[in-house]
Design a protein around this ligand. Structure first.
Ligand SMILES: [Zn+2]
Length: 357
């Protein structure tokens, strides 16, 4: 997960501000300013979509700048997984990602892991989020907790409030051997083994633990290469899939190169350089952060926002009975952005301040 610079969560004040900004912006649209929707913060528009489109699955744009059509939901519970933070409505993804998560959960259990706690995937139509991530926008990214699934069903409240456990020693870049375990290493190895996986973000300390266990015997293993050290990612790991077939508008990420990534590039993370605070450029006012609007996203994303939705989330939840044709047959139009009245805005639920990075 990459932070967007909203570290303190989504406070009541900023929520009220966001909602009133939304109401003002939408009122402007309703009043007939044709292009106003394109000027709104894209995170407001995508954060408002409660259901996906029922069109063929397709990712548009890049992991950190795009959207997704035809997403399906990870069922809230499965025999080998539970989805966390349900109030965020981020359990949506490209069907290939959702089915891979289910397969990973089954195979992880066969490997001896108790089951997966699934964190954020994407919003129903992807796109930028009101809080938390820069990526996760095209339905091909998923966060998986490094906390094992308990052997009972968690309540909705527990799923909202339970904290994940950091794998690191306090004030250290290294894993705590009391928390880190070979079973977690096996889980990462399993996740990285799938050809659909482009890369997996882990904290540098976790990458180091993997290198200590597997580095020497797997010097040139491609799966080891896919484990990429990155800031954060000590409560969870982040699985990213390659662009999938049927998504010509999906922009692939650069290859991760060769080798197992246990050498020089990893050593850099244990220098002060990656952790030093950014020096402000002298004499320059810090630039105002750019608000991403619909105009910044691929053109197709405007159509994705306005495309018909299924009658109900259960029709687009990836279970054995999932039938995309049936979901399509129930499609109902969503209110066009240019006609949406302010009074019809759904309430945006606040994001709890306490959440894994
Ligand atoms: Zn993530």
């Amino acid at each position: 997960m990459m932070n967007l610079g909203i570290p303190a969560g989504f406070s009541g004040v900023s929520l009220r501000k966001a909602v009133s900004a939304l109401v003002v912006a939408t009122a402007a649209v309703t009043a007939g300013c044709g292009g106003a929707a394109a000027q709104q913060a894209a995170k407001q528009l995508f954060g408002r979509a409660s259901l996906p489109t029922v069109s063929a699955p397709a990712s548009y744009g890049f992991y950190s700048k795009g959207c997704v059509a035809g997403a399906v939901a990870m069922p809230v519970d499965g025999p080998t997984w539970q989805v966390m933070r349900l109030e965020r409505n981020r359990r949506w993804g490209h069907p290939k990602l959702i089915s891979l998560l289910q397969k990973l959960s089954r195979e992880a259990v066969q490997d001896g892991w108790p089951g997966l706690l699934i964190g954020d995937i994407s919003q129903p139509r992807g796109g930028p989020m009101l809080s938390g991530h820069a990526s996760h926008q095209i339905g091909l990214d998923a966060d998986i907790w490094l906390t094992p699934m308990p052997n009972r069903r968690l309540s909705v409240a527990e799923r909202a409030n339970m904290s994940a456990v950091s794998m690191l020693k306090k004030n250290s870049l290294y894993v705590d051997p009391k928390k880190w375990s070979p079973a977690r290493g096996k889980l990462l190895a399993r996740a990285a083994s799938y050809p659909e996986v482009q890369r997996i973000f882990v904290h540098p300390g976790i990458k180091k633990a993997m290198c200590d266990t597997y580095g020497a015997s797997h010097a040139n293993d491609y799966w080891m290469n896919k484990l990429r050290p990155y800031w954060g990612h000590y409560y969870h790991f982040h699985v990213r899939l390659f662009c999938q077939d049927g998504s010509p508008g999906c922009k692939p990420q650069q290859s991760t190169g060769s080798g197992n990534g246990c050498g020089k590039s990893l050593a850099w993370w244990f220098t002060s350089e990656p952790w030093a605070p950014k020096k402000p450029k002298s004499g320059k006012k810090p630039a105002k952060p750019h608000v991403v609007t619909l105009n910044d996203l691929p053109k197709a994303c405007a159509a994705v926002l306005e495309a018909p939705a299924p009658a109900d989330a259960s029709l687009v939840t990836l279970t054995a009975g999932y039938d995309p044709e049936m979901a399509r047959a129930t499609a109902v139009p969503v209110p066009a952005l240019s006609r949406m009245a302010a009074s019809r805005l759904p309430v945006i639920p606040p994001i709890p301040a306490k959440r894994p990075n």
